[in-house]
Structures are given as C-alpha cells and as structure tokens.
Design a protein around this ligand. Structure first.
Ligand SMILES: Cc1ncc(COP(=O)(O)O)c(C=O)c1O
Length: 361
C-alpha cells in the first residue's frame, strides 16, 4: 500500500489475452477445437528431434538461429539475413509495436482481427484503432480512409482469424501502395500454409519496403506449445527488430523440432490435404442444417447462428457433448462460433451434436 509505481502508458489498459478453453470439468476426453491447433499433432520427426535435443538442455540455444533461418530461406525462397525468429509470431508482433509505435501513434487492425494486435499496441503505449470489415472481409478502402499522420502500423491476417476469409493480392497491393511514409503494413501469415500455392505475403516484402510478414510454426506444423515464429521484412526494418530480440528467445529443442517439421514436407502436405478435405465436409454439412459459414482458407470455420443467444446455446450443447469450440463475441462476432477443423472423428461429432441441437430448437 502506498507504493508509488511508475507504470508505463498503456499497460493498465490491457485486457489480458484469453486463449481458447481447453478443458471441460469432469470430462477427461473432451476434444479441443478452440485454438486452431493441428489435430494430427506435429510430424513424428519433429517430436524425435525435440527429444534428441532435450539431452543438451544444459546448453544455451543458438543466438542467431542460423540453421533454422537457413532452412526457412531455402524452403520459401527468401533471404535468410532478413528472417528473425521469435518466441511465437506473437513476439514478432510485439517487437513491431515496440519498435515503431509509441504514445500518440496509432495501430490499425481490422474489426475482427487477431487479439494480440491491440494488446501489443497498447503495451507499447500506442492507440489501437479497430477498422470495420465488410461482411467479415478486410476492406482496403475503409483501412485507407482510417490512415492519418499518426498511423504507424496496420495489421492484417491473411487468411484472417477468426473469419477464415482472405484479402486478394490486388487489394493488398493497393493498400501497401496507398500508405504514407512512416507507416508499415504487417501481413500476418499464421495460416498461410493452409492455402495451396500462397506465399503468405513474401512477394510483397520483396517488392515493397513498407511491408513486413509474420509466420508461425504453431499452426500447420503443430508446434504451438513450443513457441516458434518468425518475421521477414526489408533490411532496414529487420535491423531495428533484431535489436529488440533477447539473445536466447527460442529454446534449442524448439529450434530442432521446427527444423525437422519444416523438412518433413510430406507430412505438411498430408496435414494440408486433410484440413482441406474435412473443412469442406464440415462447412457443407453445417450448411445443410442451417448453419452457414464463409468459405474458409484456414484450419477453422466461422459458423454463424441466428443470434448471440443461439450461438451460446450451441456452444453449451457442444460442451455437453465433449466438444470445445471458440466463442468469438470478443472479436465482435457474438452470433458465431469458431470451430477448428479437427480429425475425422471430431468433425463427425461436431456435425452430430449440432444436428441434434438444431432439431431441438
Ligand atoms: C492470426 C494469428 N496471428 C498470430 C498468431 C500467434 O501465433 P504464435 O503461436 O506464433 O504466437 C495466431 C495464433 O492463434 C493467429 O491466429
């Protein structure tokens, strides 16, 4: 009591991030479909690499993550010198805000955009500004109209979370080219690997100095628990971000697992194909029982109900059936539930439970 704390601007304005529910009391077998994790788990080769590296846990990890950066560069056709590894892509998002947005600056994100954008903006003292989407799709005209002389960063996830929708390349180009000096466009490609033939925004980074891309090993590679992500941008931007990185921000077993996961191309292809197959099936089956969703490009669908009450009742019914999905009212989508694409068993259970739910109301 009476302690005088010099709390920095923004910090107390943060509502801590709430992740997807992971347990149902009294049900040890609940299926978690609330955090867009890979239901098939990581590549067995990633698991083996993690276990092998664990024997060396008394040693500090690499400071520059050279081996993994080299592999990422090779796999995606990028310049390894401009790749920065982070403790999840969350850390890269936080570096971007700390580096480029402070008190008096604005950080734009889309209405239903990922929650960490506004949290990181606030933590750096900046003002997060939510910009409306159009029918759950990023709207470039509205974004450009919201840009002013204080705007420093614009975050867009592509595909977007929790909507699953995508912004076409031509629109991204129009946005990047319409920004004033001193404002960076961040393309968050957390779900890029689920889209066949999509580069996550890499080509925009190569052609425009004001574009930065973030990526993660948490989604298709199934390593959410290990916290490995990365960023890619111009030499000038990356020279700034590199200075924010702690020397040992990614652990050595995590680096080893990420490397093995990226090398296991066959497994990633299998995960992509399974996701596509069951996503299509789930969306079609729910559509038949009056639960529409936009075509999703990611590993989840945003199922829409007729009201917020109905979405909550559906959520409760799913939980009664051992299925945990994500309420997205905090993303300004109270009438919807975000459902991660599970394995075949999980998808069938979701459809069975929601069919029963719809028949009852
Ligand atoms: C759009 C988006 N960006 C970034 C992240 C953060 O991922 P990471 O685990 O790499 O911090 C997530 C995680 O759900 C996400 O949905």
């Amino acid at each position: 009591m009476g302690l005088k704390l010099n709390i920095q601007p923004g910090i107390m304005g943060v509502k801590p991030y709430v992740g997807g529910v992971s347990k149902i009391a009294g049900n040890a077998n609940a299926i978690k479909l609330s955090s867009n994790e890979n239901p098939l788990g990581p590549s067995p080769k990633a698991l083996a690499a993690y276990q092998a590296e664990a024997a060396h846990m008394h040693r500090y990890p690499s400071e520059n993550h050279a081996a993994l950066r080299e592999l990422i560069a090779h796999s995606y056709g990028l310049d390894e010198a401009r790749i920065l590894m982070g403790c999840g892509s969350d850390e890269i998002i936080s570096f971007l805000c700390r580096a480029f947005a402070g008190v008096g600056d604005e950080v734009l994100y889309t209405e239903h955009g990922f929650g960490m954008y506004q949290i990181s903006a606030r933590l750096s003292g900046a003002t997060p500004v939510s910009v409306p989407e159009k029918n759950r799709v990023t709207d470039v005209d509205t974004l450009l109209a919201a840009v002013n002389e204080n705007t420093r960063l614009i975050f867009i996830a592509n595909p977007n979370n929790p909507t699953g929708t995508m912004t076409p390349d031509a629109e991204i180009a129009r946005l990047a080219d319409g920004l004033p000096d001193g404002c960076l466009l961040v393309l968050d490609g957390a779900y890029a690997e689920f889209v066949y033939g999509f580069d996550g925004g890499a080509a925009f980074v190569e052609t425009r100095d004001n574009v930065v891309m973030t990526r993660t090993f948490s989604k298709i590679f199934g390593l959410g628990g290990l916290r490995v992500g990365w960023g890619y941008g111009s030499a000038e931007v990356m020279a700034v971000l590199n200075r924010l990185k702690g020397p040992f921000n990614v652990s050595s077993p995590a680096l080893a697992a990420a490397k093995a996961a990226l090398e296991d191309v066959e497994y990633t292809e299998y995960c992509r194909a399974e996701n596509e197959k069951w996503r299509g099936w789930l969306a079609a089956e729910l559509g038949k029982i009056g639960i529409p969703s936009d075509p999703s490009f990611a590993n989840f669908i945003l199922a829409r109900f007729s009201s917020a009450d109905e979405a909550q009742a559906a959520n409760a019914h799913l939980q009664d059936n051992g299925l945990i999905v994500r309420l997205v009212a905090s993303y300004n989508l109270p009438q919807a539930l975000r459902i991660t694409i599970g394995d075949v068993v999980a998808c069938r259970q979701v459809v069975a439970a929601l069919t029963e739910f719809k028949a009852r109301i």
